[in-house]
Design a binder for this molecule. Structure first.
Ligand code: GRF
Length: 378
């Protein structure tokens, strides 16, 4: 489950939409806290009615932007926030904030960007007499409404509408688009390539696998495979199916294995996602002093220096349990990775001979483990 922090300044109708959506069982995120820069923001009341921790973090005129943003970061960290959603937050975030949360701050803007950035976008659109209007969810960069576009929704404008009516129609769209796009972001369905967002689109036959992966890893549902008797059941590192790798965002899709497994019932597995370490892709590191210890009793830190040993080990044992329950016959994992590594485990810039924690646990449980670099027929 991805912890989202919402920054607001006013009415809070988008916050309410995000909160509503977060209550659905399959939603991959939960709202961990709400922060306003305005003490009178109605959004703060919405948050406290929903029993979400909420705070006002005002900027005193004497306060430097960097200091203000450090305060925001501190609050968000206290609540374990992994992704930030701006919902009517009326400040431009600067480099201090983006150094910490860049690439995982989303914003909703009430126009079809890049048209009409900045304030009063709906009035600008109305004045321009546009025939289609809408809203945009984008990643936040240092500019004003300039970050990479994640998704948009649009409507046909009735020329009889005044600016307020247009704004009301756009707002309805916002309330649908924002929760949906945030959920897709948290499920890792977007990738950034050369400043543009690409949508992760699995081939049709992999769609059910992807849905099962998302439900089991984010919705905390035990995946139950449903293949007819006789179909082999195979667990595969999720990134080998094409889901963005949590370590380096690379596409590790292994076409020859996927072609080979078309008639198998696949169970994609990823301990980092299951442990809630999905975004941003944390660089998991073994912190043990002694090389041999990492294979016996690893201590695992993420890029922020947080000890993630317990959630990762817990995720590993749940995956082993799923594989047992589903009578998985064989497991295909990456050759080299801290968790799935069949043969090598990265450690302090080196690759150490030995299995990663997932590979080791599955082997101890008696599952045949195959490296993704092996020939599919072997
Ligand atoms: C929305 O129109 C949103 O697009 C913009 O600010 C407004 C916030 O409204 N960024 P609310 O506070 O969510 O009701």
């Amino acid at each position: 489950m991805i912890a989202v922090g919402v920054l607001v300044s006013g009415r809070g109708s988008n916050l309410a939409a995000l909160l509503d959506a977060s209550r659905a069982p399959e939603c991959p995120y939960s709202i961990a806290c709400v922060i306003s820069d305005q003490p009178s923001a109605l959004a703060l009341q919405t948050a406290s009615r929903a029993k979400i921790p909420s705070f006002c973090h005002e900027k005193a005129p004497s306060m430097k932007k960097a200091e203000y943003e450090q305060g925001l970061i501190g609050r968000l960290r206290e609540h374990g926030v992994q992704v930030v959603a701006l919902a009517g937050f009326m400040r431009i975030l600067g480099k201090t904030f983006l150094a910490e949360y860049g690439g995982r701050v989303l914003n909703i803007h009430p126009s079809l960007l890049p048209a009409f950035p900045g304030l009063h976008a709906q009035e600008q659109a109305h004045r321009a007499g546009v025939r289609h209007a809408g809203c945009t969810v984008h990643l936040v960069d240092a500019g004003m409404d300039t970050g990479p576009i994640l998704d948009q929704a649009c409507l046909r404008v009735d020329p009889a509408w005044d600016a307020q009516e247009l704004a009301a129609h756009i707002l309805e769209l916002e309330h649908r688009l924002y929760p949906e796009t945030l959920a897709r972001f948290c499920r890792g369905e977007f990738r950034l390539e050369e400043g543009r967002v690409r949508v992760f689109a699995p081939p049709a036959w992999l769609r059910p696998v992807w849905n099962r992966f998302a439900a089991s890893h984010f919705g905390r549902v035990t995946p139950v495979l449903s293949s007819p008797a006789g179909v082999p059941r195979t667990a595969v590192s999720a990134c080998l199916c094409g889901f963005p790798c949590r370590y380096d965002a690379q596409d590790k899709r292994n076409e020859s294995w996927l072609a080979h497994l078309q008639d198998h019932e696949l169970l994609p597995v990823c301990p980092e996602v299951l442990a809630g370490l999905g975004i941003p892709r944390p660089r998991i590191q073994y912190e043990n002093e002694n090389v041999n210890d990492i294979l016996q009793d690893p201590i695992i830190w993420d890029e922020t220096g947080m000890d993630v040993t317990v959630p990762l080990k817990d995720a590993v044992s749940r995956i082993v349990q799923w594989c047992r329950e589903n009578r998985v016959e064989r497991v295909i994992l990456k050759e080299s990775s801290p968790s799935c590594g069949v043969r090598r485990t990265p450690w302090r810039g080196r690759k150490v001979e030995g299995r990663g924690i997932l590979a080791a646990a599955l082997e101890r449980a008696g599952f045949p483990i195959v490296s993704s670099e092996a020939e599919p027929d072997s």
